[in-house]
Design a protein around this ligand. Structure first.
Ligand SMILES: [Zn+2]
Length: 296
């Protein structure tokens, strides 16, 4: 059974090519430098084309002194081919600026350190993709307040956050920020974290189980006109692409196939789960297959 909202959006997408988010100020929250572009760059470009002037805010973009970083962070650097924090941050900011500007949006970076730079809280991949440390609970309100104090802030705008597929602690913290903002009456949409959702579809179900009651059913946005720009923008993350797409040799084909699978008859699409202001009693689960059938 399709919801009215999904049907309305299908018609809007098909009929006029206008995004359902066209009138809102759009703030896209990216835990790391590449997450928004990887996950929903087609929608960013769509909004930019419609004069919405979207902002892509990378939250965990802060720098820390090399002297205090851990062996785990040094190992990550070696995989990315950089020698230290400054080189890593500078390179990633350059890549991010290229990618975000290719979509017609503006990049904005906040000073919170990435989880791998937050002392000894996350010293291995299992902890980095596990439960956020209790000591970080305060970070959620701090970040939510900082987002609301940005000059671009508009009470009637839309904030995009990651759903948290893949379980990276920084992504989970950003979803929690989305819940705080939604509880304060802000329209918040959670995007589908890629490439996690692409290479591990079971992770989508797992995460939807964890956030059941926090989100409404997903809404697809047709991105047929902007998919190529999303793919070009992804390629701008030169230091990251070989690592994060190590499961494929055909990045454009992989991204295209996934967008088509998500969209079904809509053509290539990206989907978003509305974050609810209050936790609902109902359990909502869906996976890519169910959704493709749902909109077929
Ligand atoms: Zn990330």
């Amino acid at each position: 059974m399709r919801s009215m909202e999904v049907m309305d959006m299908d018609m809007e997408n098909r009929g006029s090519g206008i995004s359902p988010f066209a009138t809102a100020q759009a703030i896209f929250l990216s835990p790391h430098y590449d997450d928004v572009v990887l996950s929903c760059g087609g929608t960013v470009a769509l909004l930019a084309d419609q004069g919405c002037e979207p902002v892509v805010v990378t939250v965990f973009a802060g720098e820390v002194p090399d002297e205090i970083i851990t062996d785990f962070a040094k190992w990550k650097h070696s995989r990315w081919g950089v020698s230290g924090v400054e080189e890593n941050v500078l390179r990633r900011q350059e890549e991010d600026r290229d990618a975000v500007e290719a979509l017609g949006a503006r990049a904005h970076w906040l000073g919170y350190p990435d989880a791998i730079y937050r002392g000894d809280r996350y010293l291995s991949d299992p902890s980095l993709f596990g439960t956020p440390q209790a000591v970080e609970t305060g970070l959620v309100n701090l970040i939510a307040d900082e987002i609301r104090s940005m000059p671009e802030w508009d009470d009637h705008g839309t904030v995009f956050v990651p759903l948290g597929i893949g379980e990276h602690v920084d992504h989970q913290i950003m979803f929690a920020v989305g819940r705080v903002l939604a509880a304060r009456g802000v329209r918040v949409l959670a995007y589908e974290d890629c490439p996690y959702a692409i290479h591990t579809p079971a992770g989508v179900d797992r995460r939807l189980g964890e956030v059941a009651g926090d989100v409404a059913p997903p809404m697809p946005v047709a991105i047929g006109t902007t998919l190529e720009r999303r793919i070009s923008a992804i390629a701008a993350y030169r230091s990251q692409v070989p690592v994060i797409f190590r499961f494929t040799t055909d990045v454009p084909g992989t991204v295209t196939d996934f967008a088509r699978k998500i969209g079904g008859p809509l053509g290539p699409a990206e989907r978003f789960w509305p974050v609810l202001a209050e936790r609902a009693e109902t359990t909502i689960t869906s996976d890519v297959g169910d959704h493709a059938r749902q909109i077929a």
